[in-house]
Design a protein around this ligand. Structure first.
Ligand code: CMC
Length: 438
C-alpha cells in the first residue's frame, strides 16, 4: 500500500495526516467515529524489515476496544444511559429485571415480554443440589466473593452445553440462568459465612425480595420483605447493572473472546471485580467514616487529604469529572432504607463531609465529586451486610451488564480473540549456560 493511499481515505472521509520524521514520509489515516485504527499505523515503517509502528496504551486509557450500543457515558457532563434511557428515569420508574431485559435485548419490554422474562428468570433461581454441596465445601471463613467466583465457574460444569455459543437460543438460556442464579449463589455464600443453613429461593417473591429472603429468612414459614428495602435494593441493582468498558466488563469480553462458555467468562468478571480498586471502594469509605468518628474531626481530616496524606474515599472518578449520577440517586435511597433500619450514625458524617468537600477549592478545582461508592456502603451496612458482601452485592446486578456485553461481542464480526502486543524489554538470543558455570 502506498503511504499516501489508504483504503479508507477519500474526499468525504475525515482523516489524519502523519509524518514519520525518521523517513520524511507522510501517511493518511482515516478517522471514523472520532477514532483512528491502531492497525493503520502498522504501515509506518522506518525500513523494509521494520515490523511497523504500534500504539502503546497500558491501561487502555485512550483505546476503544469495541463498538457497543449498550451503555452511554459522558463523564464530563455526568450522563449515564442504558440503551439511551437516562439512569435517573430508570431508577425512578423501572425495575432491575426490566432493566436487565433492556440491556440484553436493547429495547424496553412490552407487558407480555416482561411477564415472560420475569417468569423465565424466576423459574431458574434454583441450583443443582451438588452446587449447594460444592459451596458448603468452602472453609467456614471463606470470603463470599471468592465463593461466588468459584460457584459461578463451577456452573459451567453443570451446563456443559453452554459452550455452544454460536447457537442464539442456547446463549439466551445461559443468560437467563446466570441472571437467575447469581442471587442464589450470593446468598449461599453469605449464609455460609454466618454458619447458617442455606435458604432455597422463594419464587413467589420479586427478584430483590427473594434475595433478601435467602439472606435473612430464619424460622418464619414465609419471609415477607419490607417493600421499602425491596425497592431500595432494586434501585441499587439498577444503578450497578452496567458501566460500559470497566475493568470487569473488559475481563468478561477478553476471556469470552476465546469462545469459552459464558459462566467461565462471567467468573473472570467476578475475579476482576474482587479487586479493591474496582469493587472494594465502598468498604474503604466505611472504614474512613468510622475513623473520622465525629463531625468535629472533619476539618482536620480534610486538611490531611489536601496535604496529600490520604484520599477522600468515595470521591473522584476516572471517567466522571462531574457528579456521578448514580451517587445522587443512592443518596436519595439512603433515606428510605434508614426509615426502616434506623439511621446509620455514619450518614451524618458522610453528609457533612460531602458538603464541606464540595465547598472546598481543592476538590472543586480537581473536579472531585462523590461517586457511586460514597453512599452505597452505608445502605449495605444498614441492611445488615458485612463489608465482605459489598463486592458480591455489586456482582449480582453487574451480571446482566456482563452478559449483555458478552452477547454483543459474540455476534460482533469485528471481534477476534483478544491478543494485545507488547514492547519486549528483555534479553535476546542468549546461549544456555550449564548450571555449574552460572
Ligand atoms: N481525594 C483527594 N484527592 C484526590 C482524590 C480523592 N479521592 N481523587 C483524585 N484526587 C486528586 C489527585 O491527588 C490529583 O491531584 P493532583 O493533580 O494535585 O496530583 C487529582 O485529583 C487527579 O487525580 P488522579 O489520581 O489523576 O485521578 P484518577 O482519574 O487517576 O483517579 C480515582 C480516579 C477514582 C482512582 C481517584 O479519584 C480515587 O482514588 N478516588 C478514591 C477511591 C474511590 O472512591 N474509588 C471508587 C471509584 S468509583 C467505582 C466505579 O465506578 O466502579
Amino acid at each position: 500500500m502506498s503511504p499516501e493511499n489508504t483504503p479508507y481515505g477519500g474526499a468525504a472521509g475525515e482523516s489524519l495526516t502523519v509524518t514519520d520524521n525518521r523517513t520524511g514520509k507522510s501517511y493518511e489515516v482515516p478517522i471514523t467515529d472520532g477514532t483512528v485504527r491502531a492497525i493503520d499505523f502498522r504501515q509506518i515503517k522506518a525500513s523494509e524489515d521494520d515490523f511497523g509502528l504500534m500504539t502503546y496504551d497500558p491501561a487502555f486509557t485512550n483505546t476503544a476496544s469495541c463498538r457497543s450500543a449498550i451503555t452511554y457515558l459522558d463523564g464530563e457532563a455526568g450522563v449515564l444511559e442504558y440503551r439511551g434511557y437516562p439512569i435517573d428515569q430508570l431508577a425512578e420508574k423501572s425495575t432491575y429485571l426490566e432493566v436487565a431485559y433492556l440491556l440484553v435485548y436493547g429495547e424496553l419490554p412490552t407487558q407480555p415480554q416482561l411477564d415472560q422474562w420475569t417468569h423465565d428468570i424466576t423459574m431458574h433461581t434454583f441450583v443443582h443440589e451438588n452446587v449447594k454441596e460444592f459451596m458448603s465445601g468452602f472453609r467456614h471463613d471463606a470470603h463470599p466473593m471468592g465463593m461466588l467466583l468459584g460457584g459461578v465457574g463451577a456452573l459451567s460444569t453443570f451446563y456443559p452445553d453452554a459452550n455452544e455459543i454460536s447457537d442464539p437460543e442456547n446463549r439466551m438460556i445461559q443468560t437467563i440462568r446466570l441472571i437467575a442464579k447469581m442471587p442464589t449463589l450470593a446468598a449461599f455464600a453469605f449464609r455460609h459465612s454466618r454458619g447458617q443453613p442455606y435458604n432455597y429461593p422463594d419464587n413467589d417473591l420479586s427478584y430483590p425480595g427473594n434475595f433478601l429472603g435467602m439472606l435473612y429468612k430464619m424460622t418464619e414459614l414465609k419471609y415477607e420483605p419490607d417493600p421499602r428495602l425491596e425497592r431500595a435494593l432494586d434501585i441499587l441493582f439498577i444503578l450497578h447493572a452496567d458501566h460500559e468498558q470497566n475493568c470487569s466488563t473488559n475481563a468478561v469480553r477478553a476471556v469470552g473472546s476465546s469462545q469459552v462458555d459464558p459462566y467461565s467468562a462471567t467468573a473472570a468478571g467476578i475475579a476482576a471485580l474482587y479487586g479493591p480498586l474496582h469493587g472494594g471502594a465502598n468498604e474503604a469509605v466505611l472504614r474512613m467514616l468510622r475513623r473520622i468518628g465525629t463531625k468535629e474531626n472533619i476539618p482536620d481530616f480534610i486538611k490531611g487529604v489536601k496535604a496529600g496524606d490520604e484520599r477522600l474515599m468515595g470521591f473522584g472518578h476516572r471517567v466522571y469529572k462531574n457528579f456521578d449520577p448514580r451517587a445522587t440517586i443512592i443518596k436519595g435511597a439512603t433515606e428510605d432504607v434508614f426509615a426502616v433500619t434506623g439511621k446509620n450514625p455514619l450518614l451524618e458524617i458522610a453528609t457533612e463531609l460531602e458538603r464541606r468537600a464540595l465547598e472546598d477549592d481543592y476538590f472543586v478545582s480537581r473536579k472531585l465529586y462523590p461517586n457511586v461508592d460514597f453512599y452505597s456502603g452505608l445502605i449495605y451496612e444498614a441492611l445488615g451486610l458485612p463489608v465482605e458482601m459489598f463486592p458480591v452485592m455489586f456482582a449480582i446486578p453487574r451480571t446482566s451488564g456482563w452478559i449483555s456485553q458478552w452477547l454483543e461481542m459474540v455476534v460482533d464480526k469485528e471481534q477476534k480473540i483478544a491478543r494485545p502486543r507488547q514492547i519486549y524489554t528483555g534479553a535476546r538470543s542468549r546461549d544456555y549456560a550449564e548450571i555449574g558455570s552460572r
